[in-house]
Write a protein that binds this ligand. Sequence first.
Ligand code: BES
Ligand code: MN
Ligand code: ZN
Length: 499
Amino acid sequence: MKLSLKLSPPSIQQKTCLMLGVYEGGHLTPAAKEVDKATKGLISKLLAEGRMLGKVGEYLPLFHLANTGFEHILLIGCGKQTQMSPTGFRKIMVGACKSLSATQTKSVTCYLTQLDVGDKPLAWKVRQLTEAAYEGLYCFDLFKTEKKSAPLKEFILALPDSGSKIPKACEQALAEGLAIANGAILTKNLANTPSNICTPTFIAEQAKALGKQYASVKVKILNEDEMRKLGMGAILAVSQGSAEQAKLICLEYKGGPKSQAPVALVGKGITFDTGGNSLKTPDNMVGMKYDMCGAATVIGTIKAAAELKLPINVVGIIPTVENMPGGSAYKPEDILTSLSGLTIEVISTDAEGRLILCDALTYCERFKPDVVIDIATLTGAVVIALGVHATGLLTNHEPLAKDLLKAGLESNDRAWQLPLWDEYQEQIKSPFADIANTGGRSAGTITAACFLSRFTKKFHWAHLDVAGTAAIMGGTSERLATGRPVPMLTQFLIDRVKS
Ligand code: BES
Ligand code: MN
Ligand code: ZN
């Protein structure tokens, strides 16, 4: 599919599907008004008859409108004209694009650029519509015998025809939207691939493939022997019950000056989390192929940065391991020695994410990063606290939190900060080792971050707990990766380039 911008009124876009916004209460967007006129009031008539109310979630396709020349119109309910939120705007577009696949649509021209979204500028809408189009059209049918054909060939975002040139800001927004969409698609494809195929070795191969695709991306893979020599006792302990070999993947995107300290992104890459010997229940185990979403996010974000040729340096560190139970697996009350030298008492082998991350975070030091951000499906507790709408954010450096929260708002991929107060550190004391790997039932997301904070004292660090946002894990047929937080992190990188 090719998505592009065009300055074009509906009257000369008759051979495509026109996506037109209709507000509640009969208000039409300018393009809808124009089509209404050209069809002798067809749209207003449908509204007057109550065939459509203009509520959010309504999508009314019309075909072969005799005597008008229009082949296909999709009327899209947009709710109350003054009440469109940024997230609502995106949702409307995602839903509209989902509805297209059912109608064999080959070409569309979308006029949702005309919707009012508070004071958001046109360029912001262009980028959101671009990302939302790819999100709505995304389909993972690699393992379906019958592939859903994707007939959509051409996707045009129509811009208001004021002036004869497409504004620079819109061109830039399109480029960013495409890079983020493609990064997120890579993230989603990796995440949706099941763990019998998506093993640590497979993720390493995917990282290498990215290095082949972009000259600006260098990839190095450490195997278990190399990790052993370095002393990564925590990663290796999690891996010891698995037939798969653990890998530590290091990606370096070099877009900035050599002397510039990089942003480090560290992604949790548990390709499957059975819980280990602290075995999960069958119900809790479904969805655990998504326990490598942090890793997939790092790869997708670096792809987006490379695609945009951002003048910035980024390193991606991905510890990737399968967490299995069994006779050779690590056990509760084992004591591990991490790369940092700190000893860890294992209380639960299901709190494995923090164990692979702590060694990766220590390893980060050698890149002398300006800031370190880890991304992890770390705790079920964050889903209880924030649900599926906000990523949990914890940090040892307030300005970094501010930047990430801002990037989340701008990109419609939001986070919410939780406290990382010293008082919570009490909960991860161990009578036998320097720290324990769990902190009891209360404040589970915070105590997990407390654990990580013991390994991040030497740099500015933020932790993103994406257990609720990276994938829809509930209900059986709705399961799917979301590609979050690729938009937030790419925005964060874009903002750093600007400041
Ligand atoms: N991968 C899970 C967290 C998770 C749970 C992600 C649900 C997505 C959905 C993590 O490894 C885990 O098992 N965490 C435990 C920690 C506990 C043992 C301290 C949890 O959240 O129950
Ligand atoms: Mn676990
Ligand atoms: Zn896990």
